[in-house]
Design a protein around this ligand. Structure first.
Ligand code: ADP
Length: 808
């Protein structure tokens, strides 16, 4: 069974890699021709005075403003940016950076190794775009990098008379608006996404901070375009709950396992039994829980039960300073600014007897992938693009252009050391770290999670080795620590995500130490286990060997590592082939299996992302349509006539009192309000459907098709529902001596909104279960073997859930 599934995925992975071959542009000759022309222009510029360069910049700016196409200004602008960067930043962009800049201008995904200077490379196309009034967005991995890069590159932009700014979490609307109206913006994709969502809720054009999107240059592009792309961004507002989460948490504690509720075999779902339903109905005196009016209550009970039974403290989340903090399943890291899907978060806070933080109704939601899709043009930079070339081309239409390093890479990637047990691996790790430390060689150890980082740090301390652990929750602090990871003999432990985008110089800031570290072999990077994709392993490897420096990387693997156990690698290897002591496994076959397993996981994750994308695509199209319509109403492009058509007498009365223009203006506000509330309700329904849809699969139907059918049907009803509500509000609208009484017509804007990321683990687990591509091929096998029982169970649950949905 496992073999068959593996072969299936292998084939898929092979096919996608095969296809990827044609999607990587190895031939750089078209870029070289422009590079040569830029070089010719650059040479005389070096002899010009500062004032003359300013005149040239002004000349380019005028030509761009007069509409001269960017392509015809490229050579002159790039040459001038080179010279200006040299004078203002003391950095003369290398030919390779210029090649990268040209490729970015052409909308490519540039692969450049870590430390090659991507920040500066992006300045070349960004300046050209900004001169043409395109206001490029340079999307960085976190707020700290947005701030740092903008400040670092600002002198070049200023020289050209361009205004740059960095969007940061928590900036006021006015500050955001002012930055977006500048010439260049540094920001995270997430912050731009939140501004897109906020712009979709305003009641007046002047409240929109974001300007039309035009071109994004994405740094760490594979992380943002692939790893983070399916994370939904959410904007929420206040909503009254059907019952108190604390009351329901207390109720859940009284329910008896087995009698009142049951979980499925994988422990991923919990459901109330008939006895449980009866008990709740009797306790709450609420009548039939499946009745329409109890829909919200039933949802909240299910969430309380989910929080009580399925979410484990210190595994799925931790409680710190009275708040729930989520643990990311992927990195094992406590993540900021991320919540469980709405309602579940409140249920969890109630379970832990904490104060309920505002959660509220989802008013708008979008994945990062769709935020990026709003840019008419994209380009990106990363050190690890090639393994993802097929996906980048399919999803974003981006082609990968690998740029050679400025100096040949001297890094040595040593073969993995594979151990039978985790304990043997740890002993070998400690020995290896100690040996390198003694030789004054700096060592950077990449772990999969914070917990692993801390456990390793303790082992090192027990062995008398001092080390620094990157688990600061603050990007700036992390950057500071990691920039010192290159000092002689330093031992730094970090998760893959920590300290991203920071350069590690051999010897650290002190140039005199550099020779010592280089003589010891440069920075030594150790991975404590293979990640779920080669790309992430490569990101870690790329931390050493910057700009032609020497460096070494090595991964330590044990057959007891979580990834290996999950995919049952030990079942494939006869125990007699494995060493019984601490020796590493030398069999080439075992090394091949480890590689193969990683490719299988990559293939599966790619499939999961693709399917999630297909689930999101229809809702995203609906979102686009409804917000295009909303924007037209907001800008006054659409004449509104529902009030006049449906209640002409009342309309006349109001017009006589307040004037027709004022009535139409109020109808505009009323219309925006009802579009927003109906859309929010639609999103609620989407969430409900998505949560239950996997059971449709077990019931023998095509879940995606069923999901789309239901969503399309619900969407078709939206215009009528919105119109009816507008008509009702217009009929009840009153004009008093204080003006129109909007409160009476129930037109209140959310008093506050807030934004957050949703943890998508629940979704992907459902996904995995649904398609049998999940965390374990054996789990998939189990689903197949027990399908008759699951089928009955699934249909039963699905019907129950379906009955609980409104209007279905
Ligand atoms: P990347 O993002 O590609 O990892 P960075 O943009 O952080 O790289 O730059 C890495 C280091 O290289 C920085 O310390 C920067 O000062 C240096 N650097 C970049 N471009 C040049 C250049 N043209 N000449 C000299 N040093 C450079």
């Amino acid at each position: 069974m496992w073999e068959t599934l593996s072969l299936m995925f292998m084939r898929r992975t092979f096919l996608s890699n095969h296809r990827a071959a044609g999607l990587v542009e190895e031939d750089l000759s078209p870029f070289h021709a422009r590079l040569a022309a830029i070089g010719d222009r650059l040479e005389p510029l070096s002899r010009e005075s500062y004032a003359r360069l300013e005149q040239l910049a002004e000349g380019l700016s005028v030509r761009a403003r007069n509409g001269e196409p960017a392509e015809s200004l490229l050579i002159e602008t790039f040459a001038l940016v080179r010279e200006v960067a040299h004078r203002c930043l003391s950095l003369m962009p290398f030919d390779e950076q210029v090649l990268a800049g040209i490729a970015l201008h052409d909308g490519k995904l540039v692969e450049m190794q870590t430390g090659e200077g991507k920040t500066l490379a992006a300045v070349l196309p960004a300046t050209l775009l900004a001169l043409g009034g395109k206001c490029p967005h340079i999307l960085t991995f976190n707020d700290y990098l947005a701030r740092r890069d903008e400040r670092w590159m600002r002198p070049v932009f200023h020289f050209f008379g361009l205004r740059s700014g960095a969007i940061q979490q928590g900036l006021s609307l006015d500050d955001r608006r002012s930055i977006y109206r500048g010439d260049l913006v540094y920001a995270t994709a997430k912050e731009v996404g939140y501004d897109v969502l906020r712009a979709q809720l305003v009641r007046a054009l002047s409240e929109q901070a974001l300007q039309p999107l035009s071109f994004a240059i994405i740094d760490e592009a594979d992380s943002i375009l692939i790893d983070e792309a399916r994370v939904p961004l959410v904007i929420a507002g206040q909503r009254a709950a059907a019952a108190s989460p604390h009351q329901l948490a207390a109720l859940s504690r009284q329910l008896a396992p087995g009698l009142h509720w049951e979980t499925d075999d994988q422990g991923r779902n919990v459901l109330l039994t008939e006895a449980g339903m009866d008990w709740i109905e009797n306790t709450l005196h609420c009548g039939d829980l499946h009745a329409d009016e109890n829909y919200a209550l039933l949802t909240e009970i299910n969430l309380a039960l989910h929080a009580h039974v399925l979410l484990k403290r210190d595994v799925d989340y931790i409680v710190r300073e009275g708040k729930i903090e989520l643990v990311d399943a992927f990195t094992g890291r406590v993540v900021d600014d991320r919540r469980w899907p709405d309602g579940l978060q409140a249920a969890l806070e109630a379970k832990e007897e904490l104060q309920i933080q505002p959660g509220g109704q989802i008013l708008g939601s979008m994945t990062l992938q769709h935020v990026l899709g709003l840019y008419p043009r994209l380009a990106g930079m990363t050190a690890t693009a090639r393994p993802a070339a097929a996906e980048l081309a399919r999803v974003y239409g981006l082609r990968v252009v690998p740029i050679p390093p400025h100096r040949p890479c001297q890094r040595i990637d040593l073969p993995d050391l594979i151990y039978t047990t985790r304990a043997a691996k740890q002993r070998a790790l400690i020995q290896d770290i100690a040996a390198n430390h003694e030789r004054d060689r700096p060592v950077l150890v990449g772990t999969a999670s914070v917990a692993e980082s801390e456990a390793l740090a303790n082992l090192l301390r027990d062995a008398g080795l001092a080390c620094r652990v990157l688990n600061a929750r603050n990007d700036e602090e992390e950057a500071e620590i990691i920039s010192n990871a290159g000092i002689p003999g330093a031992i730094t432990i970090s998760t893959n995500m920590a300290g991203r985008g920071t350069d590690i110089r051999p010897g650290g800031a002190d140039e005199r130490e550099r020779a010592r570290v280089i003589a010891a072999g440069g920075l030594y990077v150790i991975g404590t286990g293979r990640h779920e994709s080669r790309r992430i392993d490569d990101q870690l490897r790329g931390r050493t060997g910057r700009q032609g420096d020497p460096g070494t990387s090595r991964f330590f693997v044990s057959l007891e590592d979580e990834l290996m156990v999950r995919y049952g690698i030990q079942e494939l290897i006869p125990p007699k082939w494995l060493p019984v002591d601490d020796d590493p496994v030398r069999l080439p076959m075992v090394h091949r299996e480890v590689d193969r397993l990683q490719r299988i996981v990559e293939g599966q994750n790619q499939e999961i992302r693709h399917t999630l994308w297909r689930y999101a695509a229809l809702v995203e199209q609906q979102r686009k349509d409804i917000h295009a319509w909303r924007q037209m109403i907001l800008s006054g492009e659409v004449e509104l006539s529902v009030g006049q058509m449906r209640h002409p007498d009342h309309f006349e009365e109001l017009s006589a009192l307040a004037g027709e223009r004022a009535v139409r203006e109020v109808e505009r506000v009323i219309t925006l309000h009802h579009i927003d509330t109906c859309w929010a309700e639609h999103l609620d329904l989407v969430t409900q459907l998505r949560e239950g849809i996997h059971l449709v699969g077990l019931g023998g139907l095509d879940p995606l098709h069923e999901f789309q059918k239901q969503i399309a049907a619900a969407y078709r009803e939206l215009p009528t529902r919105i119109e009816d509500r507008i008509a009702h509000s217009m009929a009840t609208l009153e004009f008093t001596e204080h003006g129109f009484d909007l409160q009476k017509a129930c037109i209140d804007a959310p008093s506050a909104t807030w934004t957050y990321l949703v943890n998508d683990r629940v979704l992907s687990e459902l996904q995995q279960m649904l398609f049998g591509q999940g965390s374990s091929a054996f789990a998939a096998g189990a689903v197949l073997m027990t399908w008759p029982i699951l089928l009955l169970w699934g249909v039963f649950r699905w019907v129950k859930r379906w009955r609980a949905l409104p209007g279905l």
